[in-house]
Design a binder for this molecule. Structure first.
Ligand SMILES: Cc1cc2nc3c(=O)[nH]c(=O)nc-3n(C[C@H](O)[C@H](O)[C@H](O)COP(=O)(O)OP(=O)(O)OC[C@H]3O[C@@H](n4cnc5c(N)ncnc54)[C@H](O)[C@@H]3O)c2cc1C
Length: 414
């Protein structure tokens, strides 16, 4: 909390889904001096690459998210539902999230993991191939499927449109939005307290600075002697031509194929784990602020397509109309960071999205806004503290990767 009676000057660094959410929640809680600074133009970073799945992913044994994330996830569902209800076009659809198993063994594994998860949401249920046929209007070749689990809370949005809607609301709330302005450092007084930021367009004074700069957060933390144990990973999404995919499909995941897939305007929007790779291992790929282009991952996804098309037949032979890549960041313990930077009073950071920033962005933004403005946090901030991990345990990225052995994305890391 800041010791001001009037509204503190707050600078949010990053206008992706996480930074836009933080700024919007600050404005909604009454902050009147909110500046959002982004190195690029709107939608410059990872967010538009996001596939727009939103569900209670912390209630899934396939993820290492802390159970405290579940209230952030259900808040994310509510937040986008409200954004849609208030007339923003975000391609909103509420059809649940369906996790498919191809073999009876995996079906048992899925049921044990999801149906017996202590944090599962009401209504989570096993579904037979016949039910899957109905749920997907015949878009899935159920001869290849042993069963699935439906997470009924799942929704889907177009991530870029959601950010643009938030920026529109921020403009209406008189927030100061500055694009093509890279933050180059954090200003502090003699006591180490934050006083603003230096940027490529001059200094900005602020009582509070919130870093929401995605995969590049450590660029600004390292000079302060602080570093979060994170691994940026390049991930790939492809969108096919309109092949008449039914619009009423749930979002779909299939762990055996390393697959996530959904309908988007009659097309398939999809990605596979084999088209993910630790960014630092990709030679010749520019991973500076923006979005990378990694040809080898595009080829890897194309190579996986025939196998995916055995289960989703209308994807067979379809060239990608759009290919978009981005850099989610994975944390050592698989959980999010949302909290104060211990060594710099007035500085906060939101990071470690673990490829779920669309889902958690609204909740992370609400949580940090409540902390900054001294409101009672809607969820305990303890699990998300930055000092829960000791930097001394993670001298470099390899040390982070070492503790991630067995993680669902481990294959992408070495
Ligand atoms: C292929 C793919 C599929 C995904 N699918 C899903 C999904 O279905 N569901 C889900 O929940 N998540 C998904 N994700 C993850 C999700 O997209 C990310 O977690 C989320 O977009 C991260 O948002 P962000 O705001 O942290 O980062 P970004 O969108 O990258 O925003 C960070 C911003 O900070 C700016 N910035 C960085 N450094 C500076 C600086 N020094 N000065 C000023 N500005 C700076 C950048 O320009 C950028 O605009 C997916 C990601 C990918 C790549």
């Amino acid at each position: 909390m800041v010791g001001h009676t009037d509204s503190p000057a707050i600078c949010v660094v990053g206008a992706g889904i996480v930074g836009a959410s933080a700024a919007l929640h600050l404005a909604r809680l009454g902050a009147t001096k909110v500046t959002v600074v982004d190195a690029g133009e709107p939608l410059a970073g990872t967010t538009p690459a996001g596939a727009g799945f939103v569900a209670a992913f912390a209630a899934d044994t396939n993820r290492r998210l802390h159970p405290d994330c579940v209230p952030l996830e259900t808040y994310g569902v509510d937040f986008y539902t409200d954004l849609d209800a208030r007339g923003h076009d975000i391609d909103f659809s509420a059809r649940g999230n369906l996790v498919l198993a191809l073999t009876p063994e995996k079906y048992s594994w899925l049921q044990a993991g999801l149906l017996e998860h202590p944090a599962r949401l009401p209504g989570t249920r096993a579904v037979t191939p016949e039910e899957i046929n109905g749920l997907t209007s015949g878009a899935v070749n159920t001869d290849k499927v042993a069963g699935g689990v439906l997470m009924p809370e799942g929704i889907q949005v177009t991530t870029g449109k959601a950010v643009l809607a938030m920026l529109e609301e921020l403009r209406a709330a008189d927030a100061d939005l500055r694009f093509s302005t890279a933050v180059t450092g954090i200003l502090r007084d003699a006591d180490g307290r934050v006083t603003g930021v230096t940027t490529t367009q001059g200094d900005i004074s602020a009582d509070v600075v919130i870093l929401a700069c995605g995969a590049w957060v450590n660029d600004l933390l390292t000079p302060l002697g602080q570093q979060l144990p994170l691994v940026p990973v390049v991930a790939t999404r492809m969108v096919s031509a309109d092949v008449g995919v039914p619009a009423d499909l749930p979002t779909i995941q299939c762990p055996e194929l390393g697959l996530w897939i959904r309908e988007l305007h009659g097309a398939w929007s999809w990605g596979v784990g084999s088209a993910y790779r630790r960014a630092s291992l990709l030679e010749g790929v520019d991973t500076s602020i923006g979005r990378p282009v990694a040809a080898e991952l595009i080829e890897a996804q194309q190579a996986a397509q025939p196998q995916v098309a055995e289960v989703f037949p209308t994807l067979a032979g379809q060239a990608a109309v759009t290919t978009i890549q981005g850099m989610p960041v994975y944390s050592a313990d698989g959980n999010l960071y949302a909290g104060a930077v211990p060594s710099a009073p007035g500085l906060f950071a939101l990071s470690g999205d673990n490829e779920s920033g669309v889902t958690h962005g609204p909740g992370m933004g609400r949580l940090v806004a409540e902390m900054v403005l001294g409101h009672e946090p809607f969820v305990s901030p303890t699990s998300f503290r930055l000092d829960r991990t000791d930097p001394a345990d993670f001298v470099d990225e390899d040390a982070v990767v070492a503790v991630m052995a067995g993680d669902r994305v481990a294959d992408a890391l070495d």
